[in-house]
Design a protein around this ligand. Structure first.
Ligand SMILES: *Cc1c(COP(=O)(O)O)cnc(C)c1O
Length: 399
């Protein structure tokens, strides 16, 4: 039985992780060497210099590629370095189409770095297929999708977009940022995407202690070119980070199951809560794209946004009253995190656009962790009640 036939959790633990052939150590040794001995000039074991290739990094790349149902994986020092390397596949004069509410760092790179190198980007509502078709030009070389998006959990149909794009020009590279779902819940390569990106810093490492990214692909030419860029630019992760992230990967399946179980319980509780106006979670039947979520994803993940009743003061009181949730940016770790997009992750988005995207003063993003379900729900409940008391008091004082 070949490795590809094994289920997800088995591949997560075994692919790229053969016991050490010399010592028998069950966990492959962390390979810190910068350089590798050659038996004669130019004769080596496949490793020459650690920027170009490192055994710990290689093992990790193989594991994640397998989980994303891809042949090749190329790891970088961050999710953002992965994005930059992919855009480096292009040249001056090329055109990119990106989903409009793309991750802020991707938006920043495309609109403030890539543009200075002559690469122009159109940010559009990619789910509008007529708009997508009319935006594709003869120099369009790459489409950047993220699904679900941040913080309002909008989704796009990856397969439908691939079909539309490839029917116009088969050479256009379709990239999907899969960070919010992780390979456990969504595999863009199986829907025809050319490259799938994950910020390892989130679910894949899962312990909020590594910054790293990876691109995976089935396309041999793209793989070769990305390896060339990885080696040329040198934005590689350290072996130690690869070792830690590899350890994280082994529990990705069990973590994601618990993340989702908690998130679904939290979403249902909040949807019925009198102090909550709206809950954006793909696993709820009330989510406008719940059917697409069921078709495209193997689960619904653990990211959600909620709109609470009140104003900015209510939001601040709510966030400061939470005891289990930590007020912090980022997501995907074992611990519950919360944040206020309008003043934190999305502060750089112009106010008009924030309003258009529904990022108001009371929109709060939650990354539901894997603590006890009941503790998480009780924490949210007590904080909502405290926040509401504060807004009631203020209201009375104003009378
Ligand atoms: C965090 C994140 C990134 C960037 O990854 P870093 O590892 O922080 O550079 C890209 N896309 C999404 C969706 C993210 O959440």
């Amino acid at each position: 039985m070949s490795e590809e036939n094994f289920g997800f959790a088995t591949r997560a633990i075994h692919v790229g992780q053969e016991p050490d052939p010399v010592t028998g150590a069950v966990i492959p040794a962390l390979s810190l060497a910068t350089t590798f001995k050659q038996s004669a000039a130019g004769v080596h074991t496949g490793f020459e210099y650690s920027r170009t290739g490192n055994p710990t990094r290689n093992g990790f790349e193989k594991a994640v590629a397998s989980l994303e149902c891809a042949k090749y994986g190329i790891a970088f020092s961050s999710g953002s370095a992965t994005t930059a390397a992919i855009i480096n596949l292009l040249k001056s004069g090329d055109h990119v189409i990106s989903i409009d509410d793309v991750y802020g760092g991707t938006n920043r790179f495309l609109s403030r770095v890539a543009n200075t190198q002559g690469i122009e980007t159109s940010f559009i509502d990619i789910s509008d297929s007529e708009l997508l078709k009319s935006t594709i030009k003869s120099n369009t070389k790459l489409i950047w999708i993220e699904t679900p998006t941040n913080p309002t959990m909008k989704m796009v149909d990856i397969e439908a977009i691939v079909k539309t794009v490839k029917s116009i020009n088969n050479e256009i590279i379709v990239v999907v940022d899969n960070t919010f779902m992780s390979p456990y819940f969504q595999n863009p390569i199986t829907f025809g995407a050319d490259i799938c990106v994950n910020s390892i810093s989130k679910y894949i490492n899962g312990h909020s202690d590594v910054i790293m990214g990876i691109a995976v692909t089935n396309n041999e030419k793209i793989n070769e070119r990305l390896h060339f860029i990885q080696n040329s630019v040198g934005a590689i992760p350290s072996p130690f980070d690869c070792y830690l992230a590899n350890r994280g990967v082994k529990t990705l399946a069990v973590r994601m199951r618990q993340h989702e179980k908690n998130a679904l319980a939290v979403a249902k509780f909040l949807e019925a809560h009198p102090l909550v106006e709206e809950v954006y979670y793909p696993g709820l039947e009330s989510h406008p794209q719940h059917e697409l979520a069921k078709k495209q994803m193997k689960g619904f993940g653990a990211m959600m946004s909620i709109r609470i009743k009140g104003n900015l003061d209510t939001s601040n009181k709510f966030l400061s009253s939470l005891k289990i949730f930590t007020l912090a940016e980022s997501l995907g770790g074992v611990e519950c995190l919360c944040e206020l997009p309008c003043v934190m992750t999305h502060a750089a988005v112009p106010p008009e656009q924030r309003a258009k995207l529904g990022i108001t003063d009371t929109l709060i993003r939650l990354s539901v962790g894997i603590e006890e379900t009941e503790d998480i729900i009780n924490d949210l409940d007590q904080a909502l009640k405290l926040a509401n008391e504060v807004s009631n008091k203020k209201r009375k004082m104003n009378h």
